[in-house]
Design a protein around this ligand. Structure first.
Ligand code: GTP
Ligand code: MG
Length: 546
């Protein structure tokens, strides 16, 4: 039955040249073939309490948690008869690690910017026994999706089978949460809301938060979501049992059905989109060529012209790319250069006294020292500012996304105005590579400018002058190396922005191409199209979700 639906969609999309439908169909199928686990993804803002929630649910302090952003790596927890942790590196190598040392791979602090090149961490624990094949997936807080080199982050949203969106009582439902829920509902019908840290608010306040969340969700979504309160401190046993009874156990018990439902959800969505296109064909198929052209130009009006859209998108990209260097300069030079120089100078003044030997030897010690210290301190600053650095790319991503949403809405409005057809709402997800932190190669390129003449001067006499000379070099070295880092980071980030821009353009092109092919339906006549609509609609009805 379902197989029919796929085949129908595929053959219709081929015939009608619906490139956007075809590419989405391929994605859906690829994901469906991964069947072993039922991934329940825990999503939410930084510090929402995702990892704490999982730990509490399992009754095991497995995952690192904390007041600063902690989870840096996608971590999947499933059943194993004895505890075992497996780290998969970006190059595909797997490494078994001690479960007590997990934080060394997962947490931002021990694995800054994923320098250990971890793609994903899998944990197998007996606590998950009753919930097979459910696999809980802990994720880095929203916003860091692009900041790490994990293959999994790239397409993780598409792999969601169910999602628990964690919203903190302290910050109930931001725009970002809405965006996240939107993306989750585009992927799965099983989306749950968890209001965490309920112990920080009074009972009365909690009721207000609940009502607020409900109303806001109603404003944005047709369907309601089950909302669950949670606290790892107060009433946790009651809350915990509730989650197990209402979410985890039923998902596990009906995992095959859930897999199928998720698949249906995606296919139905695509089928509706295909029907939308066919309805357009139906309206235009009997028109004369010039009439068709007229309709096309009314739908794809000047605001939707591919040339202009490409210009807009490229302008968005350029704006962000041009701003990158300034953002980095602000972070590295304005914010930190002075402190960096000051610390290095103080350190140098202290270190210098311990350096022995003739001038050549002291110079070598200085060079070694400043090389090491510079790498270390600049890396520290980079780490400290990483979130802000990545944020710039995330902002660009959001901007592109909202532009595309606007494009989609305008297109649908025009279709409605000109042809009277409602196109199904589309969820837009452009892919972006995670940002890899650049390797700082200061060591290789680092050079200090010591005048050769100095080597002939007796050290004992000029020790003070030498020290002064070294100290004078510190601000210059700091600035030089900061600029070098800024340059590398600038390239990395702008490459990501370019890539997002490319995918955004591809999306628009595919959509317009599909629409154009739909209006130019020379190959099919009215009856054929009616038949296709009828077949698809029938398939939808039989799968029960029209
Ligand atoms: N009072 C209270 N604090 C909580 C609760 N759950 C988590 N926290 C605190 O909130 C902070 C963040 O918790 P985490 O579990 O690390 O949050 P997270 O969403 O996993 O954060 P990231 O991994 O950084 O995205 C920690 O300091 C926790 O102790 C709760 O139920 N009540
Ligand atoms: Mg976490």
């Amino acid at each position: 039955m379902l197989m029919n639906l796929i085949e129908q969609i595929r053959s219709i999309a081929h015939r009608q040249q619906l490139v956007s439908v075809l590419s989405q169909l391929n994605e859906i199928e690829a994901i469906h073939n991964e069947h072993e686990f039922l991934d329940v993804v825990i999503l939410g803002q930084f510090k929402a309490g995702k990892s704490s929630f999982i730990n509490n649910l399992l009754g095991n302090e497995l995952l690192p948690t904390g007041v600063l952003p902690v989870t840096a790596i996608i971590t999947r927890i499933s059943y194993g008869n004895e505890p075992l942790a497996m780290v998969t590196h970006s190059n595909g190598n797997k490494e078994r690690v001690n479960i007590d040392l997990l934080h060394e791979y997962i947490s931002e602090k021990s694995n800054p910017k994923n320098e250990k090149q971890v793609a994903v961490v899998d944990i197998f624990v007996p606590e998950m026994k009753n919930f097979e094949p459910v696999r809980l997936v802990d994720t880095p807080g929203l916003g860091s999706v692009f900041t790490h080199n994990t293959e999994v982050t790239n397409s993780w949203l598409g792999k969601i089978k169910a999602a628990i969106v964690v919203i903190s009582s302290a910050q109930p439902l931001s725009e970002h949460d809405i965006e996240l829920i939107k993306q989750a509902t585009g992927q799965s019908p099983k989306v749950f809301i968890l209001i965490s840290k309920t112990d920080v608010v009074a009972e009365q306040e909690l009721a207000e938060i609940n009502a607020f969340v409900k109303i806001r969700l109603q404003e944005h979504f047709d369907a309601g979501f089950p909302i669950f309160p949670y606290s790892v401190i107060k009433n946790d046993e009651k809350y915990r049992q509730n989650i197990l009874d209402k979410i985890i156990t039923p998902l596990a018990a009906e995992s095959d059905t859930v897999q199928q439902q998720v698949y249906n959800h995606k296919l139905n969505f695509l089928a509706k989109k295909t029907i939308g296109y066919l309805n357009i064909s139906l309206k235009t198929v009997q028109q004369k060529d010039e009439e068709r052209e007229k309709l096309k130009s009314q739908i794809v009006d000047e605001t939707l012209n591919l040339k202009y859209i490409k210009k807009d998108l490229s302008q968005i990209g350029t704006n962000y790319k041009e701003a990158t260097r300034d953002v980095l300069k602000k972070l590295f030079l304005e914010k930190h250069a002075e402190d960096l120089t000051k610390n290095l100078s103080e350190n140098l003044a202290h270190e210098f006294d311990s350096w022995k030997g003739n001038l050549a030897q002291v110079t070598r010690q200085y060079e070694r020292w400043i090389k090491e210290t510079m790498i270390k301190t600049i890396k520290e600053v980079e780490l400290q500012e990483w979130e802000n650095i990545a944020n710039h790319a995330t902002e660009a991503y959001r901007h592109f996304n909202s532009y595309l949403t606007g494009f989609r809405e305008r297109l649908n409005q025009n279709i409605k105005k000109v042809l009277g057809i409602d196109m199904p709402a589309s969820d837009i997800e452009i892919e972006a590579s995670p940002i890899e932190s650049p390797q700082i190669h200061i060591s290789r390129t680092f050079d200090s400018h010591i005048d050769m003449l100095w080597f002939f001067i007796p050290m004992s006499v000029f020790r003070k002058a030498v020290k002064k000379h070294f100290l004078k070099e510190v601000p210059f070295e700091t600035e030089k190396n900061s600029y070098r880092l800024i340059s590398q980071l600038n390239d990395t980030i702008n490459k990501v922005i370019d890539e997002i821009q490319f995918h955004a353009m591809e999306y628009v092109e595919h959509e317009l191409e599909s629409l154009s092919a739909t209006i130019d339906t020379h190959k099919s006549d009215k009856q054929e199209i009616e038949k296709m609509i009828e077949t698809l609609t029938k398939e939808l009805t039989t799968t029960g979700t029209l």
